[in-house]
Each structure stands twice: as structure tokens, then as C-alpha cells.
Design a protein around this ligand. Structure first.
Ligand code: AKG
Length: 383
């Protein structure tokens, strides 16, 4: 691990244009740091990483330097991924973007189905002018992302035994794996569910984060329909003050940033916006952990999906490429389930005698035609 830490310290300030945006660190402050000396999440007691995150309820990000140095996956490197047979069986969907671009979403990337091993070999061979060749046809069992043309890859491998320990004590619902070249960027967004522990395994990444309270300055937008991700319209590395004046006025000063190196673990609180740049070839994983606000988020996500299902025909070109569309009645059933999860059980309306589905449709229609909602929609359409 000494080798890995040396790499982090050597490369800490590379990569990322000093654009005058929030990512240039001209505003905001560094994330608070805690050093755990490899204690990990051991048991959730007071000194543990998890306790120091308020068991997921902490309201500010915190970075635990070196907390994952003893994870078995801490020795993962591009060379290991490029040579170990197991990674040749890990089928991934890689997303590629051009060097120096910061694509607004996955919809703006080139997609290739490949294996993690082949993707790692492609990264190591250094020629970024074309994406890796497609492997023989096979089922894709993980979603991925990447770029310059490729820059990042994300997949969902099984956690190792020790990572499962983390899973247990952190009540892990979901995990992802990220592998990208220097310059890979995940544009600013927040995840509607849970909170997040990001674990840097190799290389370095710069995270820039903004609190939920500055949402107006982040100009939220969504890709219809991409569950669980709300994107910012602002390119936080190069904000356009005339298009997004509230970002400069309300949000930029609230930025918190951190450069993660091998073994570092970052706690991202629920609802925090984050923009991530690989400052070297980098491998990381993250654990999404459930949060009490998730039940309510389930409802908002189901409602969003229903509205999108009602206004889209078949699968329009603007539909999120990584998500399967659902019909309005499927979406309505999911909405009913989300209501149930929130303890709202619509049976029938006493006055009209309407049964659940019809009543639900009526309530949604009544809520949507509220003049202030319609005004927001009209403003959005005219923008
Ligand atoms: O590492 C990245 O590129 C993005 C990570 C991310 O968005 C997340 O963990 O929620």
C-alpha cells in the first residue's frame, strides 16, 4: 500500500483544467479528514468509520484517509484487471467520451459491450483513438462506463468476502465499480436514494460536492427516465455565469472538495451533489447505503416514471439508454407499490366510489393541473 499512497501523493495536483469554476478550488473548502489507520467499519462502535458517519445520518462529507488499505480489493490495479482470468468473464457495458469533454449524461457517450479484462488491456495499451473491439456475442451482466474516446468504466461485480463484511455492517443495498483513465468525468448529480461510501482502490480522483440546500443554484434536470439520478445543468468545472447565475451566487461558495488516493474512503451524505474527475487512471468502488428518506424518494421516483411513461410513445430517442421503459399501467402499479411502502393504501373514494387505480389517476391529474405546477411546466417547455 505504500507504493499506492506514493502514487497518490505524486499525482495529487494533476489533471482538470483550472477553469475558474468551483472545481478549480477557488471557492468552498476541503472536506474534513479523519485518519482511522485501517480500522474500517469494524462493528459500528464509536470509533468506527460508520459511527463517525452518524450511522449514515451525518450531514457533512468526511474523508477517512487510508481506511480501506486492508481490503482484499485494495491491491486491484489496471494490470491485475488486464491479466487475471476472472475479469475476462466479467461482461461490462463501457461508456466512452472524448478527452477534455464532460458529457452531460450517459446518453452523450459511446457504448461498447466488452469485458473488464479487455477494457483494462485497452487502457494499458495507451492508444485511445478507438474503443476496444467488441468481444464475441454474450450476455452483458454488468453496466459500465468509460472514456477518452474512453475514460471511465463502472460495473457491478460481486463484493469480495471482506467487502461483504462492510456490506453487513453498513446495511449495503447496492455497490458499483468504477474504472477510468485520467480525465474521465462523472458530471455533477445527486443520487435520490441512500448515502454513499466511495472507496478508492487505485489511482486518484477529485470529488467536488455541494450540499442539498443549494439546489436552486445547481439547476436540477433529469434524463427521462433515469431512476435515482438528478443531474445538474451546470458544468461545475466551467460554469456559465450568464446561463446559471444562481450557481455563482448561491452554490459555488458552498463547494467541498477532496482528492482521494488508494485506501481512502469518502462519506457522501444523503442528497449531496457530486462531480467526480479521475486525476490519474483510477479504480474505485462505492457502496450505496439505505437512508430513512428513501421511502419518500421511492414515491417521487415512481411519480416521475409515471409522468414520463404517460408522455412518451414506445421508446423515444431521448429515452435514457441504460433504462428499460415501462408502460403507463406498469408505472402506475409501481406507484401504487411506492404508496403502500409509505403506508398509504388507497382503496376507494367514499364520494365517487372510484377504485384504487382510477382514484390514483384522478388525484395525479388534479395535482398536475394545479396552476403553479402548470406554470413551472410551461416555463420548462419554453426554456
Ligand atoms: O466515481 C465516479 O466517477 C462517480 C461516482 C458516483 O457518482 C457515485 O459514487 O455516486
Amino acid at each position: 500500500m505504500e507504493r499506492k499512497r506514493a502514487k497518490r501523493e505524486g499525482g495529487a495536483d494533476n489533471g482538470g483544467a483550472d477553469s475558474g469554476g468551483a472545481d478549480s478550488h477557488s471557492r468552498g473548502r476541503a472536506v474534513a479528514e479523519v485518519k482511522l489507520d485501517g480500522a474500517g467499519c469494524s462493528g459500528g462502535g464509536d470509533g468506527s468509520l460508520w459511527a463517525q458517519c452518524g450511522h449514515g445520518q451525518a450531514k457533512e462529507p468526511v474523508v477517512f484517509r487510508g481506511a480501506a488499505v486492508h481490503w482484499p480489493s485494495a491491491f486491484w490495479s489496471p494490470t491485475l484487471l488486464a491479466t487475471h482470468q476472472a475479469f475476462g468473464r466479467c461482461n461490462v457495458k463501457a461508456l466512452f467520451h472524448r478527452a477534455n469533454e464532460r458529457p452531460a449524461s450517459e446518453a452523450d457517450c459511446i457504448t461498447r459491450e466488452t469485458t473488464l479484462k479487455q477494457f483494462a488491456q485497452w487502457i494499458l495499451q495507451g492508444d485511445r483513438s478507438t474503443p476496444p473491439p467488441p468481444p464475441p456475442a454474450r450476455d452483458v451482466d454488468a453496466a459500465c462506463r468509460g472514456g477518452r474516446v474512453a475514460d471511465a468504466v463502472k460495473s457491478e461485480p460481486e463484493p469480495s468476502e471482506s467487502d461483504s463484511k462492510h456490506k453487513k455492517c453498513a446495511n449495503l443495498d447496492n455497490a458499483a465499480f468504477w474504472f477510468g483513465t485520467e480525465g474521465a468525468v462523472t458530471r455533477c448529480h445527486y443520487d435520490t436514494y441512500g448515502c454513499n461510501l466511495a472507496v478508492q482502490l487505485d489511482g486518484t480522483k477529485r470529488w467536488t460536492m455541494f450540499p442539498p440546500g443549494v439546489a436552486r443554484g445547481m439547476y436540477p434536470t433529469r434524463l427521462p427516465f433515469e431512476e435515482s439520478t438528478v443531474r445538474s445543468s451546470v458544468d461545475v468545472e466551467a460554469p456559465d455565469a450568464s446561463a446559471h447565475p444562481d450557481f455563482v451566487a448561491l452554490a459555488a461558495h458552498a463547494a467541498q472538495w477532496v482528492e482521494l488516493g488508494p485506501g481512502d474512503v469518502l462519506f457522501v451524505p444523503h442528497g449531496w451533489w457530486h462531480h467526480v474527475r479521475c486525476t490519474s487512471t483510477a479504480i474505485s468502488t462505492n457502496l450505496w447505503i439505505s437512508h430513512p428518506a428513501d421511502k419518500r424518494a421511492l414515491l417521487s421516483e415512481a411519480m416521475t416514471q409515471y409522468v414520463v411513461a404517460c408522455v412518451s410513445e414506445q421508446q423515444p430517442t431521448w429515452f435514457c439508454p441504460t433504462q428499460s421503459p415501462v408502460t403507463p399501467s406498469q408505472a402506475l402499479a409501481l406507484l401504487g407499490a411506492a404508496l403502500d411502502a409509505n403506508g398509504v393504501h388507497l382503496q376507494h373514494d367514499r364520494d365517487s366510489g372510484d377504485i384504487t387505480e382510477a382514484l390514483l389517476r384522478r388525484r395525479i391529474a388534479e395535482a398536475l393541473i394545479n396552476p403553479s405546477v402548470i406554470q413551472d411546466v410551461v416555463d420548462g417547455v419554453l426554456r
